[in-house]
Design a protein around this ligand. Structure first.
Ligand code: B3K
Ligand code: ZN
Length: 879
């Protein structure tokens, strides 16, 4: 392995030596040679320990043209140019620096900094992209007021957008024009943005509660305007919701969203000028699925909510990332719950957490919600910081209640508006506003790993008591061998054998009639005695998933089936089904009994779900789905992923056979001819219908093929068409439908991403060869992250059977792609490299092959810090 830079440590934080009051930027845009003029108004920071410290500016891939200090040109020995730094030792306490820099946006394939996509200019500065634009104190605790003047060719770049409000514009010689933008709010450099090019707009107005008129604008490439209505409506809904729920109004004259097809992630909350991946903006019923519509709604809301949680109050340093991300995810989840189905939203969020965050917390990259060190901060935009971070905020919400939480956020904004703060400041506002002590709770920010909560219940017939003994334990994680007990909110209920909810009265309390309550676990082991219980109850535990833990209770199968039918908490009801199915699949895997028929008890429970009318179809759809292979994998050791896949597949087939009639009946009942609309109700019915179809597609009968063909041909929307195509994708003879689909949608990049993604998930023999072949398809490009994610990352992280094929070709393919991408776009390469993270958990022969590939990647000279950090930590796990 090679020399790499030193990790950054959280405890090494020191305030910046200088503060920047103002930044005036002028861009002369040229594809290969853009000139950036930056005028910085600097002053020494009294909070810095050394009053004569030099100014060290960050910069990467910049060509320095000139520097002026207070109007005077600096000579070469007045400053020092390092690898990625520009140091000026002798500076007055207050001064103005003017720096001229040249950059090449066209060759910037990292998509960080200023780059070109489809002939237009875009920026991405979070976390450390601004230093790829100009020399700067590129850290979030330096907050300055920015102006941006953009100069560019009028014909090629008719639209010039920046942060804040447009204040002036004009024309220049050589067919050029300019626009000046002023952002009245101080901000860190990571929120800077600029867009220039041939774009068109869908615009509307929104009037805030206090009467301010805001222009809401969505900017896209010509031809895409008709696909922006859902994003626009989502933005307006988010604006109204944030006023209503959190008392937070928008603060500029214009709120802009710009869509770009080359983008490293989902979207970015730049002040007043959010930049989005096209995937989270563009949708029409014919091109986007219900899942896409839902994703657009929540990502638009998420970025909009950052205006307060992230922008007005920002992070002191990048270790505090969850301060804005965990909180903003919590806010977008609440938004989606309020405008759609809370239960469906909650179950979806828990599934995501378990599929992405639990493995992270159990693997080589495990880190606390507030990490302690990093090599490359871009590797820490993780499920732990985002999703577990949101669960941590949600636990505070559960502990202080709805109104208490609002008191806490009100105090947080009152104290910290315009500041760069820490997770401690957020927790302190919550604790102070509610007069509670959250000291123990804060271990959720500092300890990594998923706690395991083991519960036992003992019923005492004579005393009429039910005693729960609860133990918590958090496994060791890299760098953390010992853990302290957490404060865990455990929501629960008790059901009697008729399904009635029992009043929950702890020994020594009087009956208040509550039938669902939250216990606060604080110790490694504790006991709770419920009184007045007249028969042996069935406990309903961790209702609404009240804490991000793994819970064990020795349920009998019959008790789980009982909870599936009776639990009043929708999450717990779904969880009962999930627990039952997980247990069954794991047993079959372990006993090599993969081909046994589905148990009668399960068939009966599913049949009941399919034939009843009481439960929301969306919930039934969720309950009928088998746990994913990723989720099952985590519960096993020395895993043979191929066998795991086969066992799951066999159960699915057996259920399809046993439930053929009720599945067809449900399918027919829900298959409607009413025109497509995206709303929770219709989407719920479509999801149950398509889950039924997915089971039925396991049956090799002409009748089913006909169902699939009809749905594929006659669907008026992408949700249904893609569901049918997904089934064909796994069947012999499906290729003609894949070809038909491609010829219909070859010009729609986002639809082609779905097509690539389906084939990456194929079960059929030769899946890897197909993926390799598709890499030369005209619609594929290694430089486009959406394409790489759809085809390559999907194959390597979700096609368990083929990625883990015994011949090891899947591993070699993944390593080759990591190395290839590392030269193009290190952030995307590092994300892909994470497909090796669980290598120590597979059976020995695959383990050896995965290790060899990881070592091959790690040996590569010139590897980026991004990829190096992921593979070196993965290899550490084997030591
Ligand atoms: N804050 C951005 C993510 C930036 C990722 C940088 N590698 C999007 C979001 O979380 O809203
Ligand atoms: Zn975010």
């Amino acid at each position: 392995m090679q020399e790499q830079r030193q990790p950054i440590q959280r405890l090494d934080y020191t305030p910046p030596p200088f503060l920047i009051d103002r930044v005036d930027l002028t861009f002369e845009l040229e594809e290969t040679n853009t000139r950036v003029l930056s005028r910085l108004v600097l002053k020494r920071n009294p909070a810095h320990p050394n009053a004569t410290a030099p100014l060290v500016l960050d910069g990467e891939e910049l060509a320095l043209e000139s520097i002026k200090l207070d109007g005077k040109q600096l000579a070469q020995d007045d400053y020092e140019l390092g690898d990625d730094t520009l140091t000026i030792a002798q500076l007055p306490d207050e001064c103005i620096l003017e720096i001229a820099t040249r950059i090449n946006p066209l060759t910037n394939t990292t998509l960080s900094g200023l780059y070109v996509s489809n002939g237009n200019f875009f920026t991405q500065c979070e976390a450390e992209g601004f230093r790829r634009i100009t020399w700067y104190l590129d850290r979030p605790d330096v907050m300055a007021k920015f102006t941006t003047t953009i100069i560019a060719d009028k014909t090629r770049y008719p639209v010039l957008l920046g942060n804040g409000n447009r204040v002036d514009q004009g024309v220049l010689d050589r067919n050029r024009h300019w626009v000046k933008w002023v952002d009245p709010f101080k901000k860190p450099s990571y929120l800077f943005a600029l867009v220039a090019g041939k774009l068109v707009v869908l615009a509307d107005r929104y009037t805030t509660g206090s009467g301010k008129n805001v222009n809401v604008e969505i900017w896209v490439e010509p031809g895409d305007v008709e696909k922006c209505h859902h994003a626009l409506a989502s933005a307006k809904a988010a604006m109204a919701w944030d006023e209503e729920r959190f008392g937070l109004e928008y603060d500029l004259d214009t709120y802009m969203i710009v869509a770009v097809s080359d983008f490293n992630m989902g979207a970015m909350e730049n002040k007043g000028l959010n930049i989005f991946n096209t995937k989270y903006v563009l949708a029409r019923p014919e091109t986007a699925t219900d899942v896409d519509f839902d994703g657009i709604e929540s990502v638009v809301a998420h970025e909009y909510f950052h205006n307060w949680t992230g922008n007005r109050v920002t992070c002191r340093d990048w270790f505090q990332l969850s301060l804005k991300e965990g909180l903003t995810v919590f806010r977008d989840q609440e938004f989606s719950s309020d405008i759609g189905s809370r239960a469906v939203q909650r179950i979806g969020n828990v599934r995501t957490l378990r599929e992405y965050q639990f493995p992270e917390d159990a693997g080589p990259q495990a880190h606390p919600v507030r990490p302690d060190s990093y090599l490359e901060i871009n590797n820490f935009y993780t499920a732990t910081v985002y999703e577990k971070g949101s669960e941590v905020v949600r636990m505070i919400y559960t502990l202080v209640g709805h109104d208490g939480f609002r008191k806490g956020t009100d105090l947080y904004f009152k104290r910290h508006d315009g500041q760069a703060v820490t997770c401690d400041d957020f927790v302190a506002a919550m604790a102070d506003a509610n007069d509670i002590d959250l000291t123990q709770f804060k271990r959720w920010y500092s300890q990594s790993g998923t706690p395991r909560v083991t519960v036992e219940g003992v019923y005492d017939q004579d005393a009429k008591t039910f005693t729960l003994t609860v133990e918590q334990h958090c496994p060791a994680t890299p760098g953390q061998s010992e853990k302290q007990p957490y404060l865990i909110p455990l929501a629960l209920g008790l059901l009697d054998r008729s399904g009635a909810e029992l009043p929950l009265v702890l020994a020594g309390e009087s009956d208040t009639g509550v039938t669902s309550r939250v216990l606060q676990l604080k110790q490694a082991k504790e006991r709770f005695v419920f009184t007045g219980i007249h028969s042996h109850p069935v406990p309903s535990l961790l209702r609404d998933f009240s804490a991000p833990v793994k819970l064990d209770y020795p349920y009998a199968d019959e008790e789980l089936v009982f909870l599936i039918a009776h639990d009043s908490d929708p999450f717990a009801r779904w969880e009962a089904a999930n627990t039952y199915l997980t247990r069954l699949l794991l047993q079959r895997y372990q006993q090599e009994a993969g081909h046994a028929a589905a148990p009668a008890q399960l068939v009966a429970a599913f049949e009941k779900l399919l034939t009843q009318d009481r439960i929301d179809p969306a919930l039934v759809a969720l309950m009928l789905q088998l746990p994913s292979e990723q989720f099952l994998f985590e519960a096993l050791n020395e895993v043979d992923p191929t066998r795991l896949h086969q066992v799951r597949q066999a159960l699915k087939q057996s259920l399809a056979k046993e439930l053929r009639a009720p599945l067809i009946a449900v399918y027919q009942k829900l298959h409607s001819t009413e025109p497509y609309q995206y709303n929770a109700e219709q989407a719920g019915r479509r999801s149950l219908k398509n889950v039924a179809l997915d089971y039925l597609a396991e049956l090799d009968e002409p009748r089913i093929t006909e169902l699939l063909t009809n749905q594929y041909r006659h669907a008026d929307n992408m949700t249904d068409r893609l569901a049918a195509l997904a089934a064909f994708n796994q069947r012999e003879g499906g290729d003609q439908y894949l070809a038909d689909f491609a010829s219909m949608w070859q010009d729609d990049a986002l639809v082609m991403d779905k097509w690539f993604g389906l084939q990456a998930l194929s079960d059929r023999p030769g899946a890897l060869a197909r993926v390799q072949q598709l890499m030369s398809h005209p619609a594929f490009a290694m430089t486009n992250p959406n394409k790489v994610r759809s085809l390559i990352t999907t194959f390597c992280s979700r096609n368990m059977a083929h990625f883990h094929a015994v011949d090891g070709y899947g591993y070699a393919f993944a390593a080759d792609r990591v190395l290839e991408l590392d030269k193009i776009n290190p952030q995307i390469a590092a994300r892909l490299a994470a497909c090796f993270n669980r290598w120590t958990r597979v059976e020995p022969s695959r383990r050896a092959m995965m290790r060899a590939e990881l070592e091959r990647v790690a040996r590569q000279p010139g590897l980026s810090p991004d990829t190096f950090e992921i593979v070196s930590k993965a290899l550490q796990a084997g030591k």
